[in-house]
Design a protein around this ligand. Sequence first.
Ligand code: HEC
Length: 142
Amino acid sequence: MSLLRKCSLSIVLFVGGWAADIHQSVASDDPDAAKTTAVRLYTSEQAKRGARLYTAACAICHREDMAGREPAPELAGETFMSKWSGHSVKELVDRTRTTMPFGKPASLTEQEYWDIVAAVLEANDLAAGATELGGETRGEIR
Ligand code: HEC
């Protein structure tokens, strides 16, 4: 009986130690541990505004549903997410602003690009939250 008790105690200690290790490695491997994911970084109101802008400025090439049409790649789906995963939302906004709409870069306002990217995040099933995307946004697409 006492042997059994000893055994289960050591299992508990072992599991506890393992969990502590994981915690530590997450904390030390990621220098930007405070960085959040793209989830909840935009509001659904902002995504609605962005979707209207997207329809007017982007859908002709990337299609209304963002599935893309050669040579314009998809902006929603697994290919897009695996390409952009690990990049910051700001990088996506900058990339969009400096190159899109194709042939007419930077033709929308900075705010409009943030709004369109909010629509892109929503189309990729990242959940909306209470704060709008904007110049102060720090967050990673994951
Ligand atoms: C005239 C067609 C056209 C229009 C309009 C257009 N795009 Fe594009 N887009 C492209 C093409 C072609 C590419 C691929 C070449 C490149 O990446 O520059 C692309 C690439 C992109 C990429 C990079 C995708 C990736 O896989 O990394 C993003 C993001 C993007 N477009 C967003 C937009 C947004 C947002 C708009 C509207 C503001 C827009 N595009 C309007 C044709 C277009």
